[in-house]
Design a protein around this ligand. Sequence first.
Ligand SMILES: [Mn+2]
Length: 296
Amino acid sequence: MELPTLPPLRFVNAGYSLDEADVAILGVPFDSTVSYRPGARFGPRGIREATWNLEDYILELDVNLATDIKISDCGDVDVIHGNLAKTIDQVETIVSALQKRKLAIGVLGGEHSMTYPVVKALSKKHDFGFIQFDAHFDLRDEYLGEKLSHATVMRRISEIINPENMVQIGIRSASIDEREFADKLGSHIFTMQQIEKLGIYKIAKNAVKIMKNMDFIYVNIDIDVLDPAFAPEVGCPEPGGLTTRQLLDAINVIGKIGIDSFDVVEVSPTYIGGITAVAAARVVFNILGTIAKNKS
Ligand SMILES: [Mn+2]
C-alpha cells in the first residue's frame, strides 16, 4: 500500500507562492557555533509548529494574518552543519535573491550568527536601521578563536552598517571588553535596568525616534532577550530579562513605523508546545501583524 504524500510542516497560512507573497518566511536550521545549550537547528520547525496554535486574528492589533497579508514559506536553507563559511554563503545568496522580489523577509533561526549574512544581503543599498533585542551585546571581536559566531555577530554587523543606526534593547550581560567597546561604538543601548526604570513604551518610542530617517528597518530578535522564565529553551539563558508581554508591546510600537524585514533566532526547542517556541511564534505573528497593518 502506498502512503499518501503528506505536506511538509510549514508556517500557518503560508501557502502563497513567492510571486503572490508580501512576506517570505525562511528557516535557517544551523547551530554549529553554539557554546552552551545546543538545539537552535530545531528552531525553524519549532516555531512553524507553534504557529498552528495561534489565532489568525490578532486581537491587540485588529489584523487578520489569514486575509490581510500573503505569506510564503520558502522552507529551510540547505545548511551544512559544521561549515559556517559555506552556510553563510548559502544564506546570503538566498536572501539576496529574495530581496529582488521586494517583499518582507522573515528569517527563523538557527543561531544568532545567521543574522550576519541576512544583514549583509539586505543592507547594501539602504540607510539601514537595525534594532536588536538581546540579553547580550554580542560585540566580542572573537570568541573561542572564531571571528564569526553567535557571540561576535553584532561586532561583525557593526563593521558593515553604521553603528549609529543600531539600537540594542534588553542588554544585561557583557564581558568587560565588550562593555568598553560598546561605550565607544555609538550604538543606542537600552539595558534591562533602563527598561525597568523608564518602561518599555518609552524605550520603544526612543527606538522609533532613532529609526525615523532610516529607509529600511530590520528587527533582530534573539529570543534570549526574554527572561528564562518565559524562554528557557535558548542557547545562552540569562536571568533578569523581558517578559513576553513587554517584548510584544515593544514590537507593536516599533511596528507602527514599518518593519521591513526581521529574524527570530536562538530558539532551541526540545518538545512540541514548549513555551520558548510558542513565545517566538507569537512574536513573529505580531511582527507580521504590524507589516499587514502598514500594507493596508
Ligand atoms: Mn543573546
